[in-house]
Design a protein around this ligand. Structure first.
Ligand SMILES: Cc1cc2nc3c(=O)[nH]c(=O)nc-3n(C[C@H](O)[C@H](O)[C@H](O)COP(=O)(O)OP(=O)(O)OC[C@H]3O[C@@H](n4cnc5c(N)ncnc54)[C@H](O)[C@@H]3O)c2cc1C
Length: 468
């Protein structure tokens, strides 16, 4: 039986998708529409907290928001959308197990976000790690902690140096935050390892441009460089990574940095699976062409029944502050766009007119390790403790739902009194290793004793006799 109410399909349950669904639950009357949200992950990730997860300041599970727990009136499908055929209003959904199927819809909301953007540099795809997911943040934390454990057993030398060297590529907000947080983590770890000194740890950030953090003023970015240098964390400006093979990061300056951890944060690109696997209009930078009212299409013409928001979309920035005239890819826009999108979608279903999205950037705030941060809004810049308090205050409150806010604030509170929980759980990547080592196994089949073959009189003859 076909549905009689409009069917809304949300592709992606991250910032923009989760908030769209949350708001639709609020605005839609009972039975007014059916909402389905598809995401390969069962949770939305609060990405601004990933650097703090990597540094062990917040528990990994606490920075994700479970879809099923918080979206009570939305059908959740944990799978990937691999194709959008908007001409037929059908999306192909591919589950991790079983066959793909086609899902019919009346309205589609594309919020599939962005992925790490890399370049074809030898070794990067195989040896670096991004910082877009909770799994990556946990792996980075565990790698640093495990490397301290390994290095503590080694005599001074190249292998020990390699284990205690961290390279971050990309000096945008995410890169600088994770760099500063990891530096802080390493400084705190040194106190627990008598055989490792502060001088034994090495931190390098590689940035292709002549400055870091384009979101803050030149003066503020120079303050951050000085701040990092004082803490033994070095930023290589105007430098590119040219290779990352056999544990060696090769730089355009001719330097080579041996390391066991390369964190890649040099930009993002709109989700290629969803953008390329569909027939919605795409602009030059590979994002879905979106209007200021968040319908897909151009200013002149909207694509009926298609909406987009967040990092996957190119939404005109009507405040005049955007890069190239478009909203920059950040959570500030993703959340606000999805709130407007949900209202507009409901308005269109009710035959009303959608409104345009206008948001003036509030500024940027970054944590730089415990008790330090940087904040910039227009000409106002805060540095140090005040900025760090603003960072925690803003993000603590921006975490969706009180249930999640309490968990994050609880972690901060406990760490304040008890210190970070610095234990590597890297073995979760191979959880069966002890079980396997000692597991009783069936005895291998014993070789069956061969019965003596019946001997014929002819065979009894010696070869010589037989030859006669
Ligand atoms: C380390 C870090 C720090 C950051 N700090 C800040 C900050 O301080 N302030 C700020 O404003 N912004 C910050 N950002 C940026 C911000 O997190 C993003 O702009 C925001 O997450 C974008 O939201 P989105 O919904 O577009 O994408 P996402 O939140 O990435 O969600 C996309 C969703 O789509 C899903 N998906 C992927 N492929 C498919 C598919 N084929 N089918 C269905 N679903 C799919 C994904 O699993 C994901 O759940 C930070 C980002 C990072 C990585």
């Amino acid at each position: 039986m076909t549905s009689t109410v409009p069917r809304i399909l949300i592709v992606g349950g991250g910032y923009a998708g989760f908030y769209t669904a949350w708001r639709l639950e609020k605005h839609l009357r009972k039975g007014e529409a059916e909402v389905t949200m598809v995401d390969p992950l069962p949770y939305m990730t609060y990405q601004p907290f990933l650097p703090e997860v990597a540094a062990g300041e917040i528990e990994a599970r606490h920075v994700v928001v479970g879809h099923r727990r918080h979206l009570k009136r939305t059908s959740i499908v944990t799978a990937k959308v691999t194709k959008i055929d908007h001409a037929r209003k059908v999306a192909t959904i591919t589950p991790p197990l079983g066959d793909p199927w086609e899902h019919e819809y009346d309205q589609i909301v594309v919020t599939a976000g962005a992925v790490s953007r890399t370049f074809p540099i030898p070794g990067i795809a195989d040896n670096a790690i991004g910082l877009k997911s909770i799994e990556e943040a946990v792996a980075i934390r565990d790698r640093i902690l495990a490397n301290f454990d390994r290095a503590a057993n080694l005599p001074a030398g190249p292998e020990r140096d390699r284990l205690l060297t961290v390279v971050v590529v990309g000096g945008g907000f995410a890169g600088i935050e994770v760099f500063a947080e990891l530096r802080e983590l390493a400084s705190s770890l040194v106190k627990q390892y008598p055989s490792i000194s502060f001088e034994d740890t090495h931190f390098h950030l590689i940035e292709a441009m002549g400055r870091i953090m384009p979101e803050v003023s030149q003066k503020t970015s120079e303050w951050v460089l000085k701040f990092l240098a004082q803490r033994g964390a070095f930023v290589h400006l105007d430098t590119q990574v040219q290779g990352a093979i056999d544990g060696n990061v090769e730089l355009s300056t001719g330097e080579t940095i041996p390391t066991d951890l390369i964190v890649w944060t040099a930009g993002v690109m709109a989700n290629p699976t969803v953008v390329r696997g569909g027939d919605l209009p795409v602009e030059e930078r590979g994002r879905i062409r979106t209007r200021a009212d968040l319908r897909v299409g151009t200013e002149e013409e909207a694509v009926e029944g298609a909406w987009a928001a967040g990092d996957v979309s190119a939404v005109p920035d009507l405040s005049g502050g955007g890069v190239g005239g478009y909203c920059v890819p950040n959570a500030q826009h993703a959340v606000r766009q999805s709130k407007v999108l949900a209202k507009n979608l409901v308005a269109v279903l009710r035959g009303e007119l959608p409104k345009q999205y206008v948001h003036k950037n509030l500024g940027a705030v970054a944590g730089l390790g415990l008790y330090n941060g940087v904040f910039q809004s227009g000409n106002i810049a805060l540095k140090g403790f005040l900025a760090w308090s603003a960072h925690r205050g803003y993000h603590g409150m921006a975490m969706p739902s009180w249930e999640r806010k309490w968990r994050v604030i609880g972690d901060w509170w406990l760490n304040f009194w008890l210190g970070r929980d610095n234990v590597s759980l890297i073995t979760v990547q191979k959880p069966r290793y002890v079980f396997e080592e000692f597991a009783a196994r069936p005895r291998p089949p014993q070789p069956v004793a061969e019965e003596a073959p019946a001997v014929s009189p002819a065979a009894e003859k010696t070869p010589a006799a037989a030859a006669k």
